[in-house]
Ligand binder design. Structure first.
Ligand code: GLN
Length: 238
């Protein structure tokens, strides 16, 4: 709490007493301040989007490196929320970036952040890959940090009580959205491709099995985050 209070003092621009009150009532400091730093970019956040996590910056870092194997690739960020992944990839790679989210309210936040960063990222409202399939869009790289918390999983109260459940929870042991993406990926992927997921730390083997089930002979790489927990899965064929 002490750290959050310091943070609030430093960055909150309105009535400090009121802000402190919200903090004490259990609201995340990032929602109170209204923005966060993600990969060096200031992004607006509110209760309609997940607060971008440090682990997701690690995913971005990996995708930037791996995108160098493609020439001006088309990248999609599925379930973009605040636009954090899409924006940092558009800034740091020579690619065309598109993004989708099922929540129109989340897309409002993403749209604001994209505009503020002077970027050209086309946004689609729709479920997972559906908008890309419907618009006949072909892509080289799929990136996603989908909801992956199991329905009965214990998570921090502050997360559970404040962040959008639509961005957190997934059925089928948290695997629902990985399966939907992997099952449909072939419909939009170019011949050479990369799929990059953030995952829950117990899901690596299950996501790998799903990738093999739906994509056949592919390479699957599991990477840990800085806390040494399995956090990313890369599925690729090059
Ligand atoms: N990493 C988030 C958390 O720990 C969960 C994000 C997600 O489900 N994609 O709360």
């Amino acid at each position: 709490m002490k750290e959050e209070i310091e943070y609030l003092k430093k960055y909150y621009k309105g009535d400090y007493k009121q802000a402190l009150d919200r903090l004490k009532k259990g609201e995340p400091v990032q929602y109170i301040i209204g923005n966060v730093d993600f990969y060096g970019y200031e992004l607006k956040v509110n209760k309609n989007v997940l607060i971008p996590r440090r682990e997701t910056e690690e995913l971005v870092e990996e995708v930037i490196e791996r995108s160098k194997r493609f020439l001006n690739p088309t990248i999609i960020d599925v379930g973009t929320g605040s636009g954090a992944i899409a924006i940092s990839l558009a800034k740091r790679t020579t690619s065309k970036v598109l993004a989708s989210d099922i929540s129109e309210k989340a897309l409002e936040v993403a749209r604001y952040n994209i505009k503020k960063q002077n970027l050209d990222i086309k946004l689609y409202c729709g479920d997972m890959l559906t908008p890309f399939i419907e618009n006949n869009i072909k892509v080289d790289i799929i990136v996603s940090n989908p909801p992956y918390i199991k329905e009965n999983e214990e998570i921090d109260e502050i997360v559970k009580n404040n962040e959008p459940h639509i961005a957190l929870y997934a059925k089928n042991n948290g695997l629902e959205y990985y399966e939907i993406i992997l099952k449909n990926a072939k419909k939009i992927l170019n011949e050479k491709y990369l799929i990059a997921f953030e995952i829950g730390c117990t899901q690596a083997m299950e996501v790998k099995a799903l990738a093999e089930k739906y994509l056949g002979e592919v390479k699957v790489e599991i990477k840990k985050d800085l806390s040494l927990k399995d956090r990313m899965v890369f599925v690729y064929n090059y």
